[in-house]
Design a binder for this molecule. Structure first.
Ligand SMILES: Nc1ncnc2c1ncn2[C@@H]1O[C@H](COP(=O)(O)OP(=O)(O)OP(=O)(O)O)[C@@H](O)[C@H]1O
Ligand code: SF4
Ligand SMILES: [Mg+2]
Length: 365
């Protein structure tokens, strides 16, 4: 196990009435109890609507923010409460990030080669500039950029090329974990697949743990080994990509999936509209965070959804001989979701043994 997150919380204090300068403080519960583990060389996708706390988690993991509560353990070392400036070189090199927008993350007045060599210097790699220069050129090869790009300024690069430099920097110090927060969404559609594939290729070669944050469920299906679904700072469910994306679905995952186009027209799909906005992280609902928008809530007896957070649905892994044929990582983007994503009327199972029998739980209309 490379990474273990235990009961992690990140609350932000904000002025309740900032506009008029005063009033009480309010608390934004950006991450509310995150607990999960990530393994060596796996790709764990983190999905969920805007504002559910994905980037907040990435910032806490990187040490750009410190956790309010809970722990982050990297290779057995507890790092959750250590800010990036207090982390040792190894920890900083071990957790790296590929940012959404390569335009903001490169220094505009430094050549591409210098920026990569600067990262190597920070990670204490190479004894002198000559050694670092050689390693930098190898990193350019790794991200499939011509070596002549070492002398270019960032403004002379396209968005996709800039993101390749960002990837080279992230892998410069042999990171254990790379967090990619929407790494291609700011890029032109024509280069998105190539940059994603490059990232996956390097991740596999280096056996890096990749935390891939994305809104794009069709890409997630194609590249992730496991998927973690988040809602309002909670982990809703966590399991292998095949399991999360096949029935019986979690009600929230089902709603997210229903918005994804499916290539195969023979698949019957019910379109579930997520009604209403995501509730405010300042004033989350009681019980299940999804209860204000869930189509299944009225079918659960005893108003349980309003009273208790349902148990986290962690899907046990199926033995490999029972797994459906692997469609991921073959062919082009998009082919993987054929024949998948059927939305059925099976009951949500995430309450487990608490709710049994058809009388208590049936499909919403
Ligand atoms: N520095 C901050 N101060 C106060 N609130 C914050 C701060 N940063 C984030 N938040 C709030 O925390 C919540 C989670 O934000 P976060 O950026 O983690 O969401 P996200 O899942 O990355 O969304 P997106 O998909 O849009 O990038 C939001 O309600 C956001 O407004
Ligand atoms: S706990 Fe209730 S409200 Fe929440 S997802 Fe399950 S059925 Fe829906
Ligand atoms: Mg974000």
């Amino acid at each position: 196990m490379v990474l273990k997150i235990d009961n992690l919380k990140k609350y932000y204090e904000v002025a309740a009435n900032a506009l008029f300068g005063g009033g009480d403080k309010k608390v934004v519960k950006a991450n509310e109890t995150l607990s999960f583990e990530a393994r060596e060389s796996e790709t764990l996708a983190i999905v969920g609507e805007s504002g559910c706390g994905k980037s907040t988690f990435a910032k806490v993991l990187m040490g750009l923010e410190t956790a309010t509560e809970g722990s982050i353990t990297l290779d057995g070392r507890d790092i959750g409460s250590i800010a990036i400036e207090d982390r040792d070189t190894m920890t900083v090199a071990d957790i790296q990030m590929v940012f959404q927008n390569p335009f903001d993350t490169l220094n505009p007045s430094m050549t591409v080669g210098r920026q990569i060599m600067r990262a190597l210097e920070i990670f204490k790699i190479g004894n002198n500039d000559a050694e670092r220069r050689e390693r930098m050129l190898v990193l350019l090869d790794l991200v499939k950029l011509p070596r002549a790009f070492a002398d270019r300024m960032p403004r002379q690069l396209s968005g996709g090329q800039k993101q390749r430099v960002g990837i080279a920097r992230a892998f410069a110090g042999d990171a254990r974990i790379v967090v990619a927060d929407e790494p291609v969404s700011a890029l032109d559609v024509s280069v998105q697949a190539a940059v994603t594939d490059l990232l996956m290729e390097i991740q596999r070669e280096h056996k890096t743990t990749l935390l891939f944050i994305s809104h794009d469920l069709s890409i997630v299906r194609y590249l992730a080994d496991r998927v973690m679904v988040m809602y309002l700072g909670h982990v809703v469910e966590l399991g292998s990509t095949d399991q999360v994306f096949s029935p019986p679905y979690h009600p929230y995952t089902e709603a997210l999936l229903s918005a994804v186009p499916i290539a195969d027209t023979s698949v019957q799909k019910k379109h579930i509209v997520l009604e209403g906005d995501i509730p405010s992280a300042m004033n989350p609902p009681s019980g299940c965070p999804f209860q204000t928008r869930c189509g299944w809530k009225s079918k659960v007896a005893g108003g349980l959804c309003e009273k208790e957070v349902p148990p986290l649905r962690i899907l046990a892994e199926r033995p490999s001989d029972q797994m459906p044929p692997v469609r991921r990582r073959i062919g082009k983007h998009g082919t993987s979701h054929q024949n998948r994503g059927r939305i059925t009327k099976r009951a949500p199972r995430h309450w487990g043994a608490r709710i049994t029998g058809k009388a208590k739980l049936s499909s919403p209309k």
